[in-house]
Write a protein of this length. Structure first.
Length: 442
């Protein structure tokens, strides 16, 4: 056995024994699906500091709607002494585990800088329960170098142990696509890495045991971290390009979707569409990459210019709706508007970093009485995060209707019961509604 593994209980790093115990730290959109898949083969503890979340999961309820509840109940009923899933918010129950996988949020603060509060807190907590031979794998999105520069020092300081001698770390970026029931966890290739070659092999084999799409072992932790950051930065820049086109074509007076359809007839044209860019990844990760670049003396141009375009799309939509209302002779102050959707994407309850809030706030500054209807969003969560109250059902007539999210439920809405004759402005940010009923779209 390699000297690197002299303190490990795992005797063969090319295979993972069935009796290995895995603790998943954080049970949100990333952690819960991961815990369920690992629990099919291993003894897994799903840990979250939110006791309410743990109690819900113990009852078989998942508010994120990411978990396959049938699978959740299945793995919870397995033999907990060998394989299966249990939940806890008690930090003492983390003692005795050898592999920890951290899936806590890594948002940005009000200044668009990385907020590592949850990541550092999780590292501090694990430092108190680390034993010799333990492995900590981070999945939270970070900038290149963060795991080794920010997390490892905390683990070492709190535990009194030394990296690559007493314990080891790895990084395997999450690739969960919230609301996607086709490209699920096991069907998306997983990037892995470790703090030593042997640990990299072990971590790669650990994920290979549950990821049917296969794995890609990166050459270093920094490479794995960077790969995640650029995945979403690339999408952000591409979307910002078509969003900027939408701003240009609006001034020209032509439909962006018509232009994209024509350009898309060429085989190598990338078919991105304009829209609001929210969520925990695309609207956040570019700032992590930019933060690292700036700390090294390089000020990125393309990445941040793309962010500026996408961050301002909500204001553009609100301004466009106001202009359309004026063109139809409405008195702006006191007009009633209905916003259809507050989640950041269709058929998904995720409201993180939603840009719909920008539209709402801009409309209200004009004196418009705006209401938001979203059958997917959690009312309590929206009120807590944004101090907004959703309506249970839309009640017209409205002077303006703005479709911001393409939920399936909106196909069944009776628009005629919501409009104010031909005077209502209907704006579609998703090209979702029939073209002949809308006054404008992105």
């Amino acid at each position: 056995m390699s000297e690197t593994f002299k303190h490990l209980d795992i005797t063969d790093y090319f295979s993972i024994p069935k009796d290995v115990k895995i603790a998943i730290i954080g049970l949100g959109y990333v952690g819960l699906p991961l815990a369920i898949e690992f629990a099919r083969k291993y003894n897994v503890l799903g840990f979250d500091i939110n006791q309410g979340r743990v109690e819900e999961l113990e009852k078989g309820f998942d508010r994120t709607r990411e978990a396959d509840l049938e699978s959740l109940n299945l793995v919870r009923n397995l033999d907990k002494h060998s394989i299966g899933l249990s939940f806890s918010s008690n930090k003492d129950e983390l003692k005795g585990y050898k592999i920890f996988i951290v899936t806590v949020p890594t948002p940005i603060n009000q200044f668009k800088s990385p907020d590592l509060t949850f990541l550092v807190a999780a590292s501090d907590m694990l430092g108190k329960v680390l034993t010799r031979g333990a492995i900590v794998i981070y999945e939270s999105t970070v900038y290149p170098g963060c795991t080794e520069e920010e997390c490892v020092p905390v683990l070492e300081k709190v535990s009194g142990l030394k990296i690559n001698n007493d314990f080891f770390v790895g990084y395997s970026p999450e690739r969960i696509n919230p609301g996607d029931k086709v490209n699920t966890l096991t069907k998306i290739k997983k990037v892995t890495s470790g703090s030593t070659p042997e640990v990299a092999d072990l971590i790669d084999n650990l994920y290979s045991s549950i990821i049917t799409a296969g794995t890609h072992k990166a050459s270093s932790i920094k490479v794995a971290e960077a790969s995640k950051a650029i995945e979403n930065a690339q999408r952000d820049v591409n979307i910002s390009f078509v969003n900027e086109l939408a701003l240009i074509f609006d001034r020209i007076g032509i439909d962006t979707n018509d232009v994209l359809e024509a350009a898309g007839t060429k085989w190598n044209f990338l078919k991105y569409k304009p829209g609001l860019v929210g969520g925990h990844c695309i609207g956040v990760d570019p700032y992590y990459l930019a933060h690292k670049a700036e700390s090294l003396g390089y000020h990125p141009q393309v990445i941040l210019s793309g962010r500026r375009v996408n961050d301002n799309m909500g204001l553009f939509v609100a301004s466009k709706v106001v202009k359309l209302l004026i063109n139809k002779g409405h008195k702006i102050s006191g007009s009633k508007a209905l916003i259809l959707g507050i989640t950041f994407k269709e058929n998904c309850p995720d409201i993180r970093n939603t840009k719909v809030v920008d539209i709402y706030r801009e409309l209200t500054q004009y004196g418009i009485e705006a209401s938001i209807y979203d059958p997917w969003a959690d009312v309590t969560e929206v009120e807590h995060e944004y101090n907004l109250t959703l309506v249970k059902e839309p009640c017209g007539p409205y002077d303006a209707i703005i479709l911001t999210v393409a939920h399936d439920e909106y196909r069944r809405l009776d628009l005629n019961s919501l409009i104010n004759g031909n005077n209502t402005v209907i704006f579609d940010t998703k090209s979702f509604l029939p073209r002949n009923v809308v006054d404008g779209r992105l």
